[in-house]
Design a protein around this ligand. Structure first.
Ligand SMILES: Cc1cc2nc3c(=O)[nH]c(=O)nc-3n(C[C@H](O)[C@H](O)[C@H](O)COP(=O)(O)OP(=O)(O)OC[C@H]3O[C@@H](n4cnc5c(N)ncnc54)[C@H](O)[C@@H]3O)c2cc1C
Length: 399
């Protein structure tokens, strides 16, 4: 896009923000935002399609090109204390594969509700007997009239207890080789036969669940892609998921709140978080060993951020996230875990709090965050599985 046109667009966005961002949600506001303010801000932002800025406007997206999307991001960051976000299961996982593999009716039906946040999605991939070896999944779907009737169970389903719909891998042919008998279907979780049981994580939170299906129905129209052709879509979605987890989708990076906790924190933040516990006032941290660990982490984080930016540019140039997303996912998981470890070491006894008084809210949160970070190298495919993908698909090594 020409510089002049982009400058006009910047002006247009600045005026739009002036008219639509509630005063309480601007930098330097001297009033506390109310829930209504937050809701109004979300509705205005999503109403323009800005929660999915580069999706086509006919599906509720912003219809922006990559330069305009960058301007939107910059202008929003300049004016507002945050950019509204909706669930990343829709924006960063299901949405991109619907745009690639969905038919026109499916795009019209589902994409606008992702952008607006009206429908919350969850991911029905893993089963008690199928995790890394996902293609062994056993949840059955049988076509009866206009519906697939589904029986079986999914596990580790993040947010199932808050979700409205699930995108789900089901077995539709039991005789075919395992990768060739899988289909990708969408269905409403608010129906008889769906039972959702939360599972508690080591961090104390219950963010994921086991989900049981007993004669649950998915409309035939909600089969995405060909019958028994779900494996290709499943793999593509995992690439988007891994890119999202590493913050490497370019447009998603930075706008996204720390979705599942894997993307590294901005430069300098670790040193500042550790500073109150390590001494040294505003100057050099006193503890030389910790200083070394922190400096190394900050440098690695900076280099990683630059690499992600380069890959984000490639993604926006239409190449999409490929198998390389496994490299970023692997590295982001390790960076986040290392960050949590360093912070725990720096905090000493202040890192031992679980609840109650004697610890600040941020100390309690970081302790739980450290425990939660253990899941980073499992979710979205384990680190060992990423190494296998890198060996095979990126380096071209033999099986
Ligand atoms: C926080 C969190 C959120 C999650 N959210 C979701 C979700 O929303 N939806 C969903 O469907 N799933 C979700 N999962 C599940 C996740 O995708 C699986 O846990 C993961 O794929 C591993 O499967 P598994 O737990 O069955 O372990 P297994 O596959 O049984 O693996 C056990 C161990 O064996 C290793 N291993 C297995 N195969 C190989 C191999 N070929 N080569 C080398 N090592 C191997 C693994 O690396 C691992 O260390 C989530 C998991 C976590 C931790």
């Amino acid at each position: 896009m020409q510089d002049v046109a982009l400058e006009d667009f910047r002006q247009e966005i600045a005026s739009w923000l002036e008219a639509n961002c509630p005063a309480s949600l601007r930098h330097g506001a001297d009033v506390e935002p109310t829930e209504e303010d937050r809701q109004a801000w979300l509705e205005a932002y999503a109403g323009r399609g800005f929660t999915t800025p580069t999706w086509p406007s006919e599906y509720g997206g912003g219809g922006l090109d990559k330069h305009q999307a960058r301007v939107l991001q910059e202008e929003t960051a300049r004016v507002a204390s945050y950019a509204p976000v909706v669930s990343f299961f829709g924006t960063s996982m299901l949405g991109p594969v619907l745009l690639e593999f969905g038919n026109e009716e499916q795009k019209q039906e589902h994409l606008p509700k992702i952008t607006s946040g009206e429908i919350n999605w969850c991911q029905g991939y893993s089963e008690p007997g199928a995790g890394s070896d996902l293609a062994s999944l056993q949840t059955r779907a049988v076509l009866e009239g206009n519906h697939y009737v589904i029986n079986g169970s999914k596990i580790w389903t993040t947010g199932a207890n808050r979700a409205d719909w699930m995108f789900c891998l089901v077995r539709t042919d039991t005789d075919a080789p395992k990768h060739d008998g899988i289909s990708f279907v969408l269905f409403d979780l608010h129906q008889p036969g769906v039972t959702i049981s939360p599972i508690q994580l080591i961090s104390g939170a219950s963010e994921f669940c086991q989900v049981f299906f007993e004669d649950v129905k998915a409309e035939k129209a909600n089969l995405v892609g060909p019958l028994n052709g779900g494996w290709t879509i499943a793999k593509r979605l995992l690439q988007h998921e891994r890119a999202m987890l590493s913050g490497g989708t370019g447009l998603g990076a930075g706008r996204r709140k720390k979705a599942k906790g894997a993307a590294p924190a901005p430069k300098g933040m670790l040193a500042e978080a550790a500073r109150p516990y390590l001494g040294g006032g505003e100057g050099r941290l006193d503890d030389a060993a910790m200083r070394d660990r922190i400096a190394q982490w900050e440098l690695d984080s900076l280099c990683f951020g630059l690499t992600l930016r380069r890959s984000g540019e490639q993604a926006k140039a239409g190449q999409g996230p490929g198998a390389a997303s496994s490299m970023f996912k692997l590295y982001a998981s390790e960076m986040n875990k290392r960050r949590a470890e360093i912070l725990m070491s720096a905090r000493g006894s202040a890192a031992l709090g679980w609840s109650g008084e004697g610890f600040t809210p941020s100390e309690l949160m970081e302790t739980r965050g450290w425990l939660r970070s253990k899941g980073n190298s499992i979710e979205g495919g384990t680190s060992e599985v990423q190494l296998n993908v890198i060996a095979k698909r990126v380096l071209g090594l033999p099986d």
